[in-house]
Design a protein around this ligand. Structure first.
Ligand code: PMP
Length: 360
């Protein structure tokens, strides 16, 4: 069976190797006579998978010893609540860089729990760029700075981060985690829903510096990082199937040459599409300013609403899935996460050139 040209924004393409590997062991995991989903989360067989996923992530992202990895549920959206609940004291203010709809949602949840303020914003520019991270200055009452490292809807991405902050940097990396090397020690917390670069929906990865994990008996038990860190994310039943698939995605990541290998393929994929846009004499117009372009979500429009519609229709007929822009901004968006093969992107680039030539 030929795999679809899947450019979905999330849930998104998974590596074919991961699906084959899971299929192979579907009915009989590790000679247990049952599938992984049927194992107890307290069993040795499951625990080995759980811990291997943590080890693989630690090795791929070079996560230092003073960080904990948590596997939670509730999506990245629940982190919009858990971050301020755990890290925003009453007499301090949480600062947010506003770079898109997901940052807006994050600050909205934090504002229900404490004092918030916007540190920098590109809202007046219709979220076409990322503000200069080195210009971010925070007052003394700051508890943390929250950023969205890749803006899935607008197709913008931070390509460097604030370096001289005196407070923890918290990053929602839902749509670009594991796409390029990062220095984890620059961050207090990194969180990501799995369904773009890490696996299926249902598991959320949180990487948190240990000194930020504090016991607070007033917090709801399940919403406290301390609960999950103390129990190796096994306080209650974790999403075992999602974590198993995550471990396979991470193994696949190693096969790609680790984070450097993944990043170099991602660079080539993004270049394919941005080259078509840049060489189209304005036929394709990118939403993002060049310096803020995302290597994960390539957003663009055509000269008219009718041409955009025709493009999406013809692309669909040609077998390209998921190219519609987010319902909030329209246009087109190609999500080219880690698992989207280079040759699928090459096919899309070819289709875009052919479409332009036949509609001039
Ligand atoms: N943050 C970003 C950057 C996202 O792209 C998304 C989902 N598209 C979310 C948060 C919300 O994630 P979830 O659906 O896992 O709550």
């Amino acid at each position: 069976m030929k795999r679809a040209y899947n450019f979905n924004a999330g849930p998104a393409a998974l590596p074919e190797w991961v699906l084959q590997e899971a299929k192979e062991h579907w009915l009989n995991f590790n000679d247990t006579g049952m599938s992984l989903m049927e194992l107890s989360h307290r069993s040795k067989d499951y625990e080995a998978v759980h811990n291997e996923a943590k080890e693989l992530l630690t090795s791929l992202l070079s996560i230092p010893d003073n960080y904990d990895i948590l596997f939670l549920q509730g999506g990245a959206s629940l982190q919009f609540t858990m971050v301020p609940m755990n890290l925003l004291p009453e007499n301090q203010t949480a600062y947010y860089a506003l770079t898109g709809v997901w940052s807006e949602k994050a600050i909205k949840e934090a504002a229900k729990l404490g004092n918030t303020a916007i540190s920098v914003s590109s809202k007046d520019d219709n979220y076409t760029n990322i503000p200069d991270p080195q210009k971010i200055e925070l007052p003394k009452d700051a508890a943390y700075l929250h950023i969205t490292s890749n803006n899935t809807i607008y197709g913008t991405q931070w390509n460097n981060y604030p370096t001289s902050l005196s407070v923890p940097l918290i990053a929602d990396m839902s749509s670009d985690i594991l796409s390029t090397p990062i220095d984890v020690s620059q961050f207090g917390v990194i969180y990501a829903g799995a369904q773009k670069n890490l696996g299926p929906s249902g598991v959320t990865v949180v990487i948190i510096r240990k000194d930020l994990i504090k016991e607070d008996t007033n917090l709801p038990t399940m919403l406290s990082y301390h609960t999950h860190a103390k129990n190796n994310s096994l306080f209650n039943t974790p999403p075992t199937l999602g974590i198993y698939l995550l471990s396979l995605v991470l193994k696949w990541g190693k096969q790609q040459g680790g984070i450097e290998g993944i990043a170099s393929i991602n660079k080539e994929k993004a270049q394919q599409l941005y080259d078509v846009i840049d060489q189209s004499n304005g036929f394709y117009r990118g939403h993002a300013e060049e310096k803020s372009r995302s290597k994960m979500n390539v957003t663009f429009t055509l000269p008219s609403e009718n041409l955009t519609k025709a493009f999406l229709q013809e692309a669909k007929e040609a077998g390209f899935v998921g190219l519609n822009g987010h319902r909030s901004i329209g246009g087109c968006r190609a999500s080219i996460y880690n698992a989207v093969p280079l040759d699928h992107v090459v096919e899309l680039a070819k289709f875009m050139k052919d479409f332009q030539n036949s509609h001039l």
